[in-house]
Write a protein that binds this ligand. Structure first.
Ligand code: ACO
Length: 351
């Protein structure tokens, strides 16, 4: 028994935000952003009308239709995001409600593995399908970053990179041994957890980090440690990133984890028909492409249009590639991700 991708879908908001648009809020330039990241524009969802769940639902409906099933056939939902509608409950149950999947047979799980969330989700879904537990798993990666970014010059190194969007797949069992997920590789290392993170709000209270950098509450105040006035006053409710450390680590981990998957399946880089890397930064993807000696037509890049959509980037790129005819039956498709945690992983799929 293997797990196949039976349907793909994606959705990006209509509102296009160019690099020039961002110069209205912060000291940056189109040239700087393109040179360092390759990003030309990104999409932002409509405030108060859309949310991570509604973006995910649009992608999910497309994937469900593409798989030739209905929402009622879904027996398990996995939702990967770092920008959920609520602190809790997670987007999985909200998506279930949005899609009208009311049967008590269906379960829902949220994944908090940031840029690697979709790859982790595929691995989890693969185990559930191979064990025979579920027959139609809906896996969604969706983000509405635009609600949680710092649009002042202070936040520009992070803010220019991220965009909103959603991608989804439906996973089903197949007995065809020449088709489906061949292997998944997952890794993590928490050593640099705070170097690419949104620390606040949280239960840490700042103390165990031994630094005021991340903000801490007045210890004499009972309760209320999640969000403090200091966090608000000092603009600490936004993500932070040590860009050069992320870059240096990512360009090592991406090729490593891709090679690991190939070795596990007795394949080589020349067997890859299409590499779909997490769209972190065009410069990172180009570095990985060069390291693996892959030609341009074998690597999917759409970060120029959408920016970095974290958990949504791989499923958006995969759905676009399938609907454009870039993925064909029998192709060996490789997915790879690296991100906050740090966490990273890869998946090999025979389509
Ligand atoms: N516009 C203009 N200037 C900027 C911007 C901006 N948006 N952001 C930073 N700068 C300035 C800095 O203030 C700094 O100015 P200074 O020299 O006067 O102090 C200068 O540019 C250089 O800053 P660095 O942070 O050293 O810039 P760097 O060359 O490292 O580029 C970048 C930053 C693009 C983030 C780079 O480190 C990078 O590509 N890192 C990889 C991180 C990444 O891709 N993350 C994606 C999200 S994580 C993931 O998905 C895995």
């Amino acid at each position: 028994m293997r797990t196949k991708i039976a349907g793909t879908g994606h959705y990006v908001p209509e509102n296009v935000v160019t690099n020039d648009d961002l110069t209205k809020y912060m000291d940056t330039s189109n040239e700087w952003i393109i040179e360092r990241t390759g990003i030309e524009e990104r999409r932002y969802a409509t405030k108060h009308k859309e949310s991570t769940t509604t973006l995910g639902a649009k992608a999910a409906r497309m994937a469900i239709k593409n798989a030739g099933i209905t929402a009622e056939d879904i027996d398990f939902i996995i939702f990967a995001t770092l920008s959920p509608d609520y602190y809790f409950p997670g987007c999985g149950v909200l998506l279930q409600r949005e899609l009208g999947i009311t049967g008590i047979e269906a379960g829902a799980l949220d994944i908090r593995n940031q840029c690697s969330g979709f790859v982790y989700g595929l691995s989890i879904a693969d185990q559930f399908i191979k064990s025979g537990m579920y027959k139609n798993i809906l896996l969604v990666g969706a983000e509405m970053h635009s609600m949680g970014l710092d649009f002042s010059t202070e936040g520009r190194n992070v803010t220019v990179i991220f965009g909103d969007g959603a991608g989804a797949v439906v996973l089903q069992p197949t007995e065809d041994e020449n088709q489906g997920i061949l292997t998944t590789c997952l890794h993590s290392d928490g050593t640099h957890a705070e170097e690419l993170a949104m620390i606040n709000p949280g239960s840490h209270g700042g103390y165990h980090l031994g630094t005021e950098k991340f903000g801490y509450p007045d210890p004499s105040t009972p309760g209320g440690v999640f969000v403090t006035q200091k966090m608000v006053d000092d603009n600490m409710l936004v993500p932070n990133m040590t860009g050069q450390l992320v870059f240096k680590t990512a360009v090592v981990k991406f090729p490593q984890v891709i090679k690991e998957a190939l070795e596990k399946t007795n394949l080589s880089t020349s067997d890859i028909d299409l590499l779909i890397p997490h769209q972190a930064n065009l410069r990172i993807s180009q570095f990985v492409q060069k390291t693996l000696r892959l030609s341009d037509e074998k690597v999917v890049n759409n970060i120029q249009k959408y920016g970095n959509t974290t958990a949504a980037s791989i499923p958006i790129a995969m759905s676009e590639a399938w609907h454009d005819g870039r993925i064909k039956d029998g192709d060996l498709v490789c997915l790879a991700a690296f991100g906050s945690g740090f966490t990273w992983g890869s998946v090999l799929i025979r389509w």
